[in-house]
Design a protein. Structure first.
Length: 283
């Protein structure tokens, strides 16, 4: 594996992500939740039109090692293709329809590459939460390729927040592009099943610190005021997924939550989100 490179000239690595948080509080899940075909530029546009200025999306690798946007390991649900994503080349993937499954309105929508997503976001002033979503066995390759390309694509810009459930993918991302901020994705209930501990949230915080992460992204049922305060005390920001209930979102934001990833782009999120780009002070 290549040795870590220094931050590129002009890169915003001078941001201390644990004290000056550059990201908005509201993040559109896969572009626009269920209102448009997920992980497409059409979904990005819809989320943008509803005022969101940060978008969460999933990245996998094609057979020729090109990072592209796709959630599922298989093509079947969200395209007219069949089989594993990693079995097709980027050129083959570009021929698939990624919109018709959702509704006729989006027929002809294509699967974006990570480069396509970066160019669209920078042209529209939108920030990125790039979830590394590797196929089984491709954790290191996906984390490496996604982080290396992201560092190039966002040079001189506020970088994407890289997140993943995969510890191996986050380790690989850190090795190739240590300047990019990372977040550990986790479900507290799932960790309680997988990790031999009676304190799963504490284990998540500890693992995030071991990964040199700047944040954790926790399924909202596993969060409360005490846990948010605990993570902040450890120097971590706290985001949650996928939260579509206004009352619950308001309650968590009131006790210090740093970000809400939501499908409900048409009903959640402040009207002022169209101009929101805060740099929050440390808690």
């Amino acid at each position: 594996m290549d040795s870590p490179r220094p931050p590129p000239v002009g890169f915003t690595a001078d941001i201390e992500f644990k004290t000056a948080w550059p990201y908005p509080s509201w993040i559109a899940h896969r572009g626009a939740g269920h209102l448009a075909p997920e992980n497409t530029l059409a979904a990005f546009q819809m989320g943008f039109d509803y005022g969101f200025r940060m978008i969460e999306f999933d990245v996998q690798l094609t057979a020729d090692q090109i990072p592209i946007l796709m959630h599922d390991a298989m093509l079947d649900r969200t395209t007219d293709g069949h089989g594993p994503v990693y079995a097709v080349t980027a050129g083959q993937l570009a021929q698939l329809d990624a919109g018709r499954w959702h509704s006729p309105t989006f027929e002809g929508e294509t699967v974006p590459s990570l480069a396509d997503a970066a160019h669209w976001m920078q042209a529209h002033g939108v920030m990125a939460n790039l979830e590394i979503k590797p196929a089984k066995g491709l954790e290191v390759a996906t984390g490496t390729a996604a982080a290396a390309l992201a560092a190039e694509l966002w040079q001189g810009q506020i970088p994407p927040l890289l997140s993943s459930f995969s510890i191996k993918a986050l380790e690989a991302a850190r090795a190739v592009a240590p300047e990019l901020p990372r977040a550990l994705l986790a479900d507290v209930a799932r960790w309680a099943e997988l990790v031999p501990t009676d304190r799963p949230f504490e284990a998540i915080v500890q693992k995030a610190l071991e990964l040199s992460a700047v944040a954790i992204v926790i399924q909202h049922a596993g969060l409360n005021a005490d846990r948010i305060a605990q993570a902040h005390g450890a120097g971590l920001r706290v985001l949650t997924y996928t939260l579509n209930d206004a009352v619950r979102a308001k309650a968590l934001l009131a006790v210090g939550l740093d970000g809400v990833i939501t499908d409900a782009v048409d009903s959640l999120g402040p009207a002022s989100a169209k101009s929101e780009n805060p740099v929050k002070s440390a808690k």
